[in-house]
Design a protein around this ligand. Sequence first.
Ligand SMILES: [Zn+2]
Length: 374
Amino acid sequence: MNARTIGSFRGIPVKLHWGAVALAAVLGLLVANGVLPQLAPGWSDGAYLVAGFLAGASLLLSIFVHEAAHAVVAQRYDIQVSSLTLWLLGGVAHLEDEAPTPRAEALIAGVGPASSLALALLAAATAGITAVISAPTLLTAVLVWLAGLNAILAVFNLLPGAPLDGGRLLHAWLWKRHGDRSRATVGAARAGRGLGIMVAVFGLVEFLAGNPGGLWTAGIGWFLYAAAGQEARMGRVQGALNNLSLAEIMSPLPATMGDWAEVRDIVIEQGRTDDRIVAVDFGGNVTAVTSRRELVRVAAGAGQRNAVPARLRDLPLPKPVMLEIDNPAAAILRHHGKPIVVMDGGQAVGLVTALEIDRALALRRLTDEPQLAA
Ligand SMILES: [Zn+2]
């Protein structure tokens, strides 16, 4: 995501994506042209525009408060938050880890909608005061709009499907009830998929009925559907890795090559044999785990910016993560799909990549639990 860091909150980088600015601008214009002239008639176009701009900015601030609330409670449970991002479809607090208990998960998820609801009440109460003291009607109108918007944010986020907050609450409840986290993940994700389809259909119907905002709603539905699919996969992987150690799921380290080798030579060589490439430096440390396909893609991408780097070590490949062999297999979930090099006493002994995860999934599917084979 092409997001710009605009500040930090309790040590967490706050990122703003251009889509969030576009959303605030479009919404601000809509409010200036539609809602405000109705709620507070008799002002000039310029005044409506300024008030609309304020409304758009306060929308971004509202989303930020919602995400920051998630982050504060997550930090209380010692969960690292890598960023707070505002983008086209709202906000995301990126948590580095999963909640340790159902209770922690419910609190981290619930505080988001709770803070949106608190903002709604605060805005409504302030609107009541500005109306009583006969403050400019335009100010009261913006506050009323803001109250409604935050109420919608709270209610929408409470819809029971992952990855919405309501889906997390559902997950926490299923987890507590059945004592099985991966099963709860699959269940909450399934609800999220159904919800995504419903929201997308609703948005399309709205659009066809002549409301252009329906497209945005449909986009949210589509995003929910896609994200829920990812969550379901995550749940299945969690289930497949359950009670296994890293040693049980890894593949032994394949033949390595020097990372000083020329990209061209590697492509010629690997074309004949294994697709997997494990590169080491002069000291024998693993510096890259990749495939021929990725190697060529990265080399070509780097070549578009300047000349194609001749040697593997000059390519911007993702750095592999080193994990000790006595870790549980589930430890890989924290590293978001990065290749894992399994270490034993300072020596690289194995690999866990998408290939090994697929194998663990396949094995789990063959052995048990039909409800995981969603
Ligand atoms: Zn939330």
